[in-house]
Design a protein around this ligand. Structure first.
Ligand code: NAD
Length: 488
């Protein structure tokens, strides 16, 4: 057991509680393989109580109408998160295997500091406005347009960026006046249950407005996609599970908002030097061991510079520090579980069988005795239709694909069921922009420029999802639209 305390209780109807049957499940540190503690293993009965509580809080309190109270509560939550920043940082490192380095950015700090964006929208968003009058059978008619919370939100999150993704759902859902049930991934329960403790102990958020039910049983979370008491299910996770969520949501025609997988491509145009692109291309696929949905995991290199590009990228990847996530210089820790490690390694084997050449890595690092590590791996000569070029591996594995000309590169980049992100490198920004306009993805980076921010709408084309998280567009996902006609 580690010294980290964590929070084992779920939050249901304002109370921090054990599971109804008293069962707990282990929380495992993927870097050490040690059990860091346990969490209440939420049952169907617990989820049922959470559903009743969230419904009641939405239907019977003034939470949805009291904008200034919501702002006040979210400001309290922001203060509570700031006060527990270091505890949350240690939890995310211990349960997700996240390198310390990225907790100072998106993994922890960025989103704690971004909470005022949501609390301000609670009062500053224009919830009611007048449209122009229309003529109906000779009479002038007025129209009022109102934006109202959808109702009870079921939020299901994955393990790769647990605190960020929990807050990215709970923040806008609450600010816009909904009540919420959050079901975190079983690999990273404490990032959610600790949030529950802060809400219960340090905010005036009324009982039932937020419920947090961790469980090792996926079918407990699946209640959020099918139960009629839920109005909107917001899900971040794999495309495969997303399809199940959408299917289950159809039984009650529930609004579903899905942030799913990616297989993003970096296009390196032929007018740029390989030494300019290699560090960023190599580093980004290793960040958090490649466990980011928007990380580019295919690199498309011009035939004329292919071997040189491979060499420089392999050099950059070989230079990435990895190992103990607590080591400040490490960019990469383990993957989240033994199951994920086996999955990543099996993809590498499949890649080899389908003709890929292993330029770097390909296995378990010999120098790390414990933990679910995978070597930074560069696969070359990958066919654009090969399994490793088409399916999400979610590990530090980069697939290099040569292309003939610009049109070929665009075609290969778009040859995917996914459409989440991507990158373009060129010495000519205008040329890069003209390529960017032809790529069918929700976000793109030119020459390494960063787009991620709380006010940037983020999401995918095609099977990378439905809807946008973050930004005003993300806030509006949690709102319905009502129009009231009245005499002018
Ligand atoms: P996952 O799909 O296995 O699980 C995600 C969540 O869904 C977990 O909480 C899990 O318990 C729950 N779940 C599993 N089966 C369910 C069911 N039938 N009904 C309802 N909930 C169910 O994903 P993961 O392995 O935890 O996370 C990795 C995936 O998440 C990757 O595919 C990654 O690309 C994706 N992801 C997407 C984004 C994005 O914004 N697009 C961000 C981060 C991660």
């Amino acid at each position: 057991m580690s010294a980290l305390k964590g929070e084992f209780r779920n939050l249901i109807n304002g109370d921090l509680v054990a599971a109804s049957n008293g069962q707990m499940f282990d929380n495992i540190n993927p870097a050490t393989e040690e059990i860091i503690g346990q969490t209440a293993d939420g049952t169907h009965e617990d989820m049922d109580r959470a559903l009743t509580a969230a419904r009641k809080a939405f239907d019977e309190t003034d939470w949805s109408l009291n904008h200034s109270f919501r702002k006040h509560c979210l400001e309290q939550l922001n203060e509570a998160l700031k006060g527990s920043r270091e505890e949350l940082r240690q939890i995310v490192i211990a349960e997700a295997g996240s390198p310390l380095l990225i907790t100072y950015q998106v993994q922890v700090d960025n989103y704690i500091d971004a909470m005022p964006y949501w609390s301000n929208l609670a009062t500053e968003f224009e919830y009611e406005s007048r449209m122009s009058n229309i003529d109906f059978m000779g009479q002038s008619q007025g129209r009022v347009i109102r934006r109202e919370p959808v109702g009870v939100v079921g939020a299901i999150t994955p393990w790769n960026f647990p605190l960020y993704l929990n807050l990215a759902k709970v923040g806008p859902a609450l600010a816009s006046g909904n009540t919420v049930i959050l079901k975190p991934a079983p690999d990273t329960p404490w990032s959610a249950t600790t949030l529950g403790r802060l809400i219960a102990e340090q905010t005036d958020i009324p009982a039932g407005v937020v419920n947090i039910v961790a469980s090792s049983d996926h079918s407990v979370g699946a209640m959020l996609s099918s139960d009629p008491r839920i109005d909107l299910v917001t899900f971040t996770g794999s495309t495969e599970t997303g399809r199940n969520v959408m299917k289950a949501a159809s039984s009650t025609v529930k609004k579903s908002f899905l942030e799913l997988g990616g297989k993003s491509a970096t296009i390196v145009l032929d007018d740029i030097g390989m030494e300019a692109i290699a560090p960023m291309v190599g580093i980004s696929v290793c960040t958090h061991a490649g466990q980011g949905c928007a990380i580019p995991t295919r690199v498309l290199l011009p035939e004329s510079k292919y071997e040189e590009g491979l060499e420089k990228i392999a050099e950059a990847m070989a230079g990435v520090n990895y190992g103990d996530p607590l080591e400040p210089g490490n960019l990469m820790g383990p993957v989240v579980s033994r199951k994920q490690q086996e999955r990543v390694l099996s993809y590498i084997e499949k890649g080899k069988k389908e003709g890929a050449r292993v330029v770097l890595g390909g296995g378990i690092p010999a120098h790390l005795e414990k933990g679910f590590f995978v070597e930074p791996t560069l696969l070359a000569d990958v066919h654009p239709d090969a399994t490793v070029a088409q399916e999400e591996i979610f590990g530090p594995v980069l697939c290099a694909i040569p292309y003939r000309d610009e049109d070929d590169a665009i075609r290969i980049a778009n040859n995917s069921i996914y459409g989440l992100s991507g990158a373009i490198w060129s010495s000519d920004t205008e040329r890069a922009m003209s390529v960017a306009r032809k790529i069918r993805t929700g976000t793109l980076s030119v020459n390494g420029a960063q787009w991620f921010h709380v006010d940037t709408p983020f999401g995918g084309y095609r099977q990378s999802g439905v809807g946008r998280e973050n930004g005003v567009a993300g806030f509006e996902e949690y709102l319905e639209t009502k129009v009231i006609g009245l005499p002018a």
